[in-house]
Structure formats: C-alpha cells, structure tokens
Design a protein around this ligand. Structure first.
Ligand SMILES: [Zn+2]
Length: 281
C-alpha cells in the first residue's frame, strides 16, 4: 500500500493501455542485423498516462485518433475522452496536457480537450512546424492536421513551450531529452512514499533499449538517443526510481494493475496500470 499524503488523497500515476500491434524486432531496433540474432515477433502496446492528485489532473499524451489507427492498422480500445470518465475524471477537469513529442500515436486526441492547457518543448514544436518535418522519414510519423491543431492552439495561447526543464506542478518535472524526436521529453513524477516514477514515453519504447543499449529504429538524432538512454539509466539507478517505458507490454508486469479504493473510479474493462505500485525484483 502507498501512504496518503497529509493534504489529501495520494497522487495516482496511471498508464492506460489503449492499443496494440504485433511488429518485429528487425523493424523496431535500429540496424538489427548488427546483433546477429534471428528476427522475431514483438508485441507493442500503446499507452497514455494520467497523473491525478489533490491539485489537478494531468494527461500525458493523448494516444492516436481511432480513424488514424484504423488507417495505420493498429488495434485500439479507447480514447482519453472515453477512458477518463471510467476513472472518475471528466475531460473538462483535465488541468493540463503534456505532449511528450508530436508523433501521431501521441497527438491524436488533443481535439477532445479544447480548453486544456497544452505544454511541449520549444524544439519539438519548432521542428514539426518547420518545412523539414514534411520530409518523408519524419512526416510518416505525424499527422498534418494534428500538427496544425497544435499550431492553432499555440496561436490561441493555450500551448506553452519550454526548453530544458520545466515544473508542471509540484513534484511533476518535465525534462527535454531529444533523440527519438528533436524535442522528446520525459516526465519525472514524485510518487507517494518518496518514490519517483519516470514516464519515459518514447525516449524508451522498450526496456531492452536501455538495458541492452539498443537504439530504437525511429529517431531524429542517434547521439541524442544514446544520451537519453544514459539519462534514463542514471535515473533508474537511484533508489525508489522506476522507469516506465512508452510502448513495452512489460510495463503491465513490472507494476500492479490499478485497483481503485472505491467509487468513483471503476475502471471496468480498461487496462490500467498503477505506476506507484512497482512489483519487487
Ligand atoms: Zn509512440
């Protein structure tokens, strides 16, 4: 059990699985032939993340739009606007949305939150609104209308940008790491009991990337990706600090399934993982 903080309910940090795909190791790891291993299937999960405490509700990424998932042949179960009410959260109650990076499987449902404040890195926003982002190897991983929506939100004053580090709220730190995309960020969350949960998003798709030093196949900057792995490994070496990979089904093994204490918060058929409850070992 986690201890409740003195001022209100304990902070919750949740991973909501909303989609799935079977890919291959050769497609997922950069220059997989270097490892001299046979190829094999690889399960990839899709998540968005929710932080809830007495001060607010923070949505970390928004998943992909169902119609885009259909076009790209990804299985999907839910969207944030469908899932949050099952966790006792109305979409209008979302305090802020962090965009960890602007790939299609993270920006697809921003439109469900017309009034939420958005935050991302300056480098990420500048890149995806630049001509370079229309080149094929970048454009393949974004949706033009979703980038345009971010630009509209920027012009309308509801998208804020930062460089380096930014405090979203007490105990929620955003850290720019780059590598996978020009301005990829991670989220370090202070959890009950003095632990830290590191929402790596796509700075770490699979634990194997950092544990076996194997870069992911989709990237903007290889030195930056290696340095992001170093940052994550350094964080993971701290006592009580737990890495949460962005697409690894192992997240659902390394942490407990979410079990809310009582209503509201009946997750029903949602696959929700409690990132404040790591399994030992
Ligand atoms: Zn992703």
């Amino acid at each position: 059990m986690t201890a409740a903080s003195a001022g209100g309910p304990a902070r919750e940090v949740l991973a909501v699985k909303f989609g799935h795909r079977v890919t291959t190791r050769a497609e997922s790891y950069l220059n997989f032939h270097l490892y001299g291993e046979p190829d094999a299937d690889l399960d990839i999960d899709y998540f968005f993340w929710v932080i809830r405490d007495a001060a607010g509700v923070y949505l970390i990424d928004t998943g992909f739009a169902p119609e885009v998932g259909d076009r790209r042949r990804r299985a999907h179960d839910t969207t944030p606007a469908q899932a949050l009410p099952l966790l006792g959260i109305e979409p209008a109650d979302v305090t802020a949305i962090v965009i960890t990076h602007a790939h299609w499987d993270h920006t697809g449902n921003v439109r469900q939150f017309p009034n939420a404040q958005l935050v991302m890195t300056e480098a990420e926003y500048a890149f995806w609104t630049s001509p370079l982002a229309t080149r094929r190897h970048f454009a393949a991983h974004s949706e033009a209308d979703e980038i345009e929506l971010l630009a509209r939100r920027r012009r309308g004053g509801t998208l804020s940008l930062f460089t380096g580090r930014s405090t979203l709220a007490a105990g929620i730190e955003l850290v720019e790491v780059g590598g996978h995309t020009p301005g990829q960020l991670i989220v370090n969350v202070a959890a009950p009991g003095g632990d830290t949960v590191v929402l790596a998003s796509d700075a770490l798709h699979f634990y194997e990337e950092v544990e076996r030093d194997r870069p992911f196949a989709i990237l903007a900057d290889l030195p930056g990706m290696y340095l992001a792995y170093d940052t994550l490994a350094q964080l993971a070496s701290q006592p009580g600090t737990h890495l949460v990979a962005g697409h690894d089904p192992a997240v659902r093994d390394r942490f407990a399934r979410y079990a809310p204490a009582g209503p509201p918060g009946e997750p029903g058929t949602l696959q929700v993982t409690d990132l404040t409850s790591p399994h030992a070992g």
